[in-house]
Design a protein. Structure first.
Lengths: 243, 243, 243, 243
């Protein structure tokens, strides 16, 4: 029932000799891909291999920002525009994260894990399209031909030997979809995140954590830019000018 | 007046061929310390060197979590306990970030940059102690002898040749303080963050951004743990049991 | 499908001669129970009668606060303790509002409206107890005999002639429950809010709005008290002393 | 130093016989202007007179909403558009409350209380205009001739015999300003709130509490409307269409 088994060490232990994340001394985590390694360790409770840490780092890079039109960025800048503190501005943006923004990787991972247990992928997709009208991990507001981030990440996963069952199923879904929906749908970054993280052994709910950590970087950048380059309420007034 | 000069490229540019952060293609950012490099680039507008990216990554590792008693973690777990979404739980914790939690690196960086322009450091500290009763970057609730994170980070900065004027001033402050306050005060993680980031050329306000991004990792871990291992409201009830 | 019919006026119209809420001039809303009247009008789109406004005002009074142990209050005070702004402190507390805190009135209203369409209330309760183990609007952590707020509100609704089908069903549920669960469960404030608001014609989702508005009063009081009477982080440290 | 004197009863006391706000039984608070009375009692610690409760209720009505272009409403609807919960949507909007949105009543009250101690109001205004370029409580983005809400509230305060020293000073400021700034500035709702609440004995910081409670009504209405009448992300996309 729980993804946290009783044999997983505490998130953080504080001692005079130093700090441990999940039982590992902080000193031992520092080095190439150190933050990605720490994130994987903190979230899943297990230390990622070097190759896995490299992949997690790339996933973080890919989701760090997507411009000020992303819902979370727009809300963060609006709050910064009203001169909320930096923490409160980022917090405002994170309130937009969920099923319709940043949550598709979680949904896609769950779908692929479910698909892995069924015989007939086409039938599973057909039922899902009927009930929910969409397939998580496919389609994009801006990218019509391909999402360059998804391509980059899936290629890296293959090169690192990390693309497993779920990445395979994701590509199978990509192949089946045009016939089922009557048009080509772009395999997007959320699809790549969901499949790759599922292949790394992350639970679906953990995919959203990676998005939150990555995107907080972009949200900070947008808030700081507003503080230093626009007048109070300028952004939000200009935004509303169009309505 | 503004830290964003007009010659700094947009935070994120979206094109069919790929995404650019501050003018650099995402593909080019991936690799060792990729997320740290991207964070530095997004926040400051300038691409960190390899050595700088290594340092930023270590700073991120060091601030990723500090246990569930940290104010932000306690609030995040309380919100998770009431079954707020993951994004809302992390957001709740980030509302605690500011002058009294996570903001001391910013204050310390500002103090060191100011100290760099004055002749008499002892006099500056004396005035500050008189007006504010404390020196940012010094003292810790738990660590009484030394903050192992600060030691680790300042040593790494020295090894990487990144310890400059501000790291030097920080150690000078450490040397002067006992006489001024009548007791030894531990040089803490915030002091190390402030001095090192100031030596990397980060503006003081940017130090808080690094803390927010790093700590969002720990906040996610704490929220996910509560979701999977405790009953709704269990954490908050147990917390209140002590009052 | 939507509770907002196309013939309902805009939430707020701003004109040189004055402001209108849902088409009614602000001047016309001021008077006894003016804020309760405005709230009902803003939320439902329809102007409450004088009697209804009186009832809404009493519901607001009853939910304005429930002490610092309520999850939202505990989080608000923790955020205030870290010296978040007043708005951010209240916001932090509101992030705890949902299914497990403040949401039972919504759930109870939905259940009663569903019950109103079925023949066999006992059977509906049996099924619900089987699937969800609890009946919204019943049971309380503190009150074991009766929730004085529920008694007060249901009596007022009866006196004002506002207790209709849903209040009747609520009392029927109270009568049936002991046999079904094997013990007496207190009819609580959420049950009273859900039934009374449903009888006033409010949609279930609107019940949560009334709770949010009412409780924001208590959250402000708690945050202001912390700002003026405790040191930064004092509350949160004392809270954790018990763990 | 603190506005909470030790002889003020606890915010809320919970007992078997009923709930007390600041020592007063809840039953005793219900009636005309009951919520306004409770709010005044909870925030200030002192029970407002009937006339004062009537005034507080009118202040709540006047600030309950100001359309979807108000910064807090815009952020709340954006969060609702991403399908944040109702509580999280309102929370997002409240993060915009502070010095540049909703905080001018507090600033105006503080200025009037300061002015009450000085001899030369003109000189105080001149200094303030020099350092901050604006006078809190004056000027409005939309209203150019007069803010109808301010007129309404100040007239009511006068009728109820509640307009005291601060209301007088506010009108004195209104008279002096055109000469000092070279144009007429509208006396706005924040000015009226600040002066009236200061005359009721509220501390400046408490003015922001009244705004938060009042405006949470409008924020709930906007969020619920978005949930029921627009598609996910529709509002935020349309908003950005203008940029």
């Amino acid at each position: 029932m729980s993804e946290y088994k009783s044999d997983i060490p505490d998130i953080t232990q504080i001692g005079d000799e130093g700090i441990r994340y999940r039982g590992t001394m902080m000193d031992d985590l520092i080095g190439p891909f150190g933050f990605a390694r720490s994130l994987g360790l903190l979230i899943t409770g297990k230390r990622p291999s070097e190759t896995q840490a490299r992949m997690i780092d790339a996933l973080l890079v890919s989701a760090a920002d997507h411009g000020e039109k992303a819902p979370s960025a727009c809300i963060t800048i609006s709050a910064a525009s009203a001169r909320a503190s930096l923490g409160a501005s980022v917090a405002a943006g994170l309130l937009a994260v969920g099923d319709v923004h940043g949550g598709a990787a979680r949904q896609c991972a769950a779908m692929l894990l479910e698909a892995g247990k069924e015989k007939d992928l086409r039938e599973l997709l057909r039922r899902r399209l009927e009930s929910e009208k969409r397939i998580p991990g496919f389609g994009h507001r801006i990218y019509r031909e391909k999402d360059p981030r998804a391509t980059l990440l899936l290629q890296l996963a293959a090169e690192l030997g990390l693309a497993g069952r779920c990445c395979g199923l994701l590509q199978e879904v990509e192949r089946l979809l045009p016939e089922l929906v009557g048009k080509t749908l772009v395999l997007n970054i959320d699809g790549a995140h969901g499949a790759i993280l599922a292949d790394l052994g992350w639970e679906p709910s953990m995919c959203e954590a990676l998005f939150i950590v990555a995107r907080s970087a972009g949200l900070c950048a947008h808030a700081l830019e507003d503080f230093s380059s626009r007048r109070p309420l300028q952004f939000i007034s200009e935004l509303q000018g169009g309505r």
